[in-house]
Design a protein around this ligand. Sequence first.
Ligand code: HEM
Length: 369
Amino acid sequence: MISAGRALQASVDFLADRLPIQKMSFHSLVRQKEVPVHRMGWAYYLGGLALFFFLVQLATGLMLLFYYQPTVSDAHASVDYITHNVVGGALVRNLHAWAASALIATVLLHLLTTFAMKAFEKPRELTWLSGVFLLLLTFGFGFTGYLLPWNQIAVNATKVGLQSIVQAGQYLPGPLADVPARIKEIIQGEPAVGQATLSRFYAVHVIVLPLIVFGLLGVHLLSVQLHGMSPGVDRPTGRSERFFPFFVLRDFWLWGLVFFGLFTVALCLPFDSFSSFPLFQPFDALGSTPDGVKPEWYFYFVYYPLELLPFWVVMLGQNVVVAALLAAPWLFSRTSRRSLRVLTAIAALYLIVITVFGHAIYVAFKGVR
Ligand code: HEM
């Protein structure tokens, strides 16, 4: 009883230090905040940029909701209707798809830079932890959104993704061996990927994930404002600039510039122009799986290893990385920024090589195109 009381007290103390809401006033949250000036200063803009892409997703997603039909019989036709008949529909779809990729790339870069700058250090553990969950949820948006157009590539790639959950069962002991298959059934909603799956992915994509993200973003942004920006480098220059209005104005400039770029790309380059045509035909349950079915590029870092290495190696590696990310504030509390930068460079190199050259590496090892 006493130890339970102590644990509760310790948790409350931990939270009180990490979210000192008694400091909350317009003056301390906005006017007093300073942003350090140094050679890594550009990295302080990445969180804001992620927020910008998230807002674009919200706005364009809401617009798509007016026409999208989440049923197996009508989903593909409704997406087709948006693209060809709704004024500005193709543009909105392109914006949503390009900004999804940009959001994931920016969130990954934000994670890498905050890690290299040791921004997870006390008292920013909650900022970091909420960030790790935001990253996982961002991948969740990508996975669930991919299925919604109900085309060949989407349904087949989702089947492959869900099947890999079941595979985990063979490495679990006794009664636990069935758990992954049950999880897959719950996600899928019925024996094969079908209407129940589409309904669940839709609900998760448009309601469940956004609600959780709102809550987590609230904690993330509040803790950033309460603690101010972390120093970021070993030897601070001692120089800083006011968050409001100088940093905020530059943030908005960047958002404007990026929106111009995003708008131009969305206007000129349909996001699906990189894949071959049959993949975007409506899913045919009786037809064979077309060639070239792959997940989106942001899952290549786990997709190609799964194609090349034993399943258990990839699962073990993935779990170790997620556990290390969650434990980073404690695991790396004594690690120097120099060592963190080396770790970050290795992680970034892996992500770039597997994403850009994953297919070439696959062909080199398996000898097939
Ligand atoms: C949807 C995803 C995310 C959004 C919208 C977001 C937004 C932001 C914003 C606006 C800031 C303040 C500006 C800055 O320092 O860049 C920030 C700071 C921070 N974020 Fe994120 N973030 C996201 C994901 C992540 C992830 C995945 C991590 C890492 C696990 C993370 C860790 C941090 C940390 C540690 C800070 C404090 C930086 C400092 O004090 O120097 N965030 N985030």
